[in-house]
Write a protein that binds this ligand. Structure first.
Ligand code: GDG
Length: 486
């Protein structure tokens, strides 16, 4: 029985996320199901499988699913049904306003302090609010006083308050996967009060790091008239109820990554190298959604600087960029993709030889075991976001380093750096000279130092892995729930 070996048990769980964990295709009575790429869904699916709960999500991409008339329920996983997946259909118009509009052109850049990219449009806001209301309606239909509602991320900042109005006794929590900005940045948002009020509908609000919690509390303090911050307990009282803040950094499934990699026979790595003409040189890898927050052009600046100042590295060092196309309906993302591809072409034209290219670029989706094999065999990973809530690629790279001979270059502006700190080599995306020097340092680092740093990183990544995170979230929810009833 799956419930017996559960480390986490949240009874009567209703989970709400934008993306669904399974996507169904209906074709002439035949149903095929796939699991979209993405850390969150694959992380939470096993928890749901132990709870017999309900997962509510946007029915994105389900062919033949009647999106205009709304809801649709299926039992998942298809092979061994354990819980209910309820899909909410959205019209193209709603998707443009709620998802591409307010979520990804207002909240996403705002929370990443990319103020120049923020755009607030009334119509987007209205669609965002309406879609939150649709989700809140469906959630309210599943809820009684024993239910835990768990919202994921910035797509649902208004729904908690809406559900609270319909179901005052339900326990509501939310995990934010992205940063929370400083008050001076947050005040740019015309809807700042409504957003804070919406989130304060939760009993428990969880971020990756203490920094984001502190930013949130300062925003409430400065921009929310009806709410009082208790700085001693990291909580807020509004409308007679308390919202507890907590920092629980999301982890990766480190044991599974380690075991997958340990069983790896290097065939995938050999095939990848053969396909892309990578020889015996030193290899760095970057794995990112093609998002402007990931700092890819600045990483390419650093590589360019490196090959300018160290011509001897030509032919001796190759950077592999695995990019995943993302949010392609949004112009900023189309431009970013073009910029990255143009820059890589220019770098390869300028420095490449007949036998060697400084940058190997692919957008092909890789199977997990292939991705892990690339991590294991790369001499370093370069993770250079301008800002990033956590960055799971950094942790996956560490978990795959079973030989402890790789180097993690990590931007200080990631949640991962805040958590793992200086065992990684700092890679500052805003300072090209220093960033290039960091790569040089990683190339030249002796085995003892590589090993010492990687051992420290590995310990931290295993100690705070995905199972730990789920336990912490469940235990924190229990504590908060207990303190409410006494
Ligand atoms: C958000 C926050 C936070 C990538 N290419 C392939 C592939 N991937 C997987 C990686 C990794 C995931 O995608 C990306 O996760 P990140 O954490 O790096 O970034 P975001 O997508 O921006 O995620 C972030 C995260 O939420 C969790 O809270 O860390 O800060 O922005 O797991 O491995 N997976 C496969 N093939 C690929 O080609 N299988």
């Amino acid at each position: 029985d799956r419930r017996d070996d559960a480390t986490v048990a949240i009874d009567d769980l209703v989970l709400v996320s934008n993306r669904q964990p399974y996507r169904h295709e209906y074709d002439d009575g035949k149903v095929t199901v796939d699991t979209p790429v993405g850390g969150l869904a694959s992380a939470i699916d096993p928890v749901m499988q132990r709870t017999d709960g309900t997962w509510i999500a946007w029915g994105d991409g389900d062919a033949d699913f009647d999106v205009v008339d709304g809801d649709d329920q299926v039992q998942v996983p298809p092979s061994d049904p354990a819980y209910t997946l309820e899909r909410i259909g959205l019209t193209d118009y709603e998707v443009r306003g709620y998802y591409e509009g307010y979520a990804n052109q207002a909240l996403w850049p705002l929370c990443h302090t990319a103020t120049g990219r923020v755009s607030f449009e009334t119509d987007h806001w209205e669609q965002y609010r309406d879609v939150n209301a649709q989700f809140a309606d469906v959630v309210s239909g599943h809820v009684d006083s024993d239910t835990t509602v768990w919202f994921q991320d910035y797509h649902f900042v208004l729904a908690p308050r809406m559900v609270r109005a319909a179901a005052p006794d339900a326990f509501q929590m939310q995990f934010f996967h992205i940063p929370w900005p400083a008050p001076d940045v947050f005040r740019l948002c015309p809807q700042s009060e409504a957003i804070l009020d919406g989130l304060l509908g939760n009993d428990l609000l969880v971020f990756h790091t203490p920094r984001y919690c502190a930013n949130f509390l300062q925003c409430v303090d400065q921009h929310c008239d009806g709410a009082t911050v208790d700085w001693d307990t990291d909580s807020v009282v509004s409308e007679g109820r308390t919202t507890q803040l907590a920092a629980i950094p999301l982890g990766v499934d480190a044991p599974t990554i380690r075991d997958t990699v340990a069983a790896d026979d290097s065939v995938a790595w050999a095939q990848f190298r053969a396909r892309h003409d990578v020889g015996e040189e030193t290899v760095a890898i970057g794995v990112d959604r093609l998002d402007y927050t990931k700092g890819i052009p600045r990483r390419l600046d650093a590589l360019e600087r490196l090959f300018e100042t160290r011509p001897d590295l030509r032919g001796e060092f190759t950077y592999i960029q695995k990019g995943a196309p993302s949010r392609e309906g949004i112009p900023a993302y189309q431009r970013l993709r073009e910029t990255v591809e143009d820059r890589i072409r220019a770098l390869n034209d300028r420095f490449g030889t007949d036998e060697w290219s400084p940058v190997v670029y692919t957008t092909r989706t890789l199977d997990r075991d292939v991705l892990y094999s690339l991590y294991r065999h790369s001499d370093m990973a370069i993770v250079s976001p301008l800002r990033d809530g956590m960055n799971l690629v950094a942790k996956e790279y560490v978990a795959a380093q079973v030989d402890s001979d790789g180097v993690l270059l990590l931007s200080p502006f990631t949640g991962a750096y805040e958590q793992l700190g200086e065992a990684a080599v700092a890679f500052d995306p805003y300072d090209t000279d220093r960033a290039a020097e960091a790569i040089e340092r990683a190339i030249e680092m002796d085995d003892a130092e590589r090993w010492r740093r990687m051992r420290r990183l590995r310990r931290a990544v295993h100690e705070t892995d995905l199972a730990w995170w789920l336990d912490e979230a469940a235990a924190t929810a229990d504590d908060v729930r207990e303190s409410r009833t006494h």
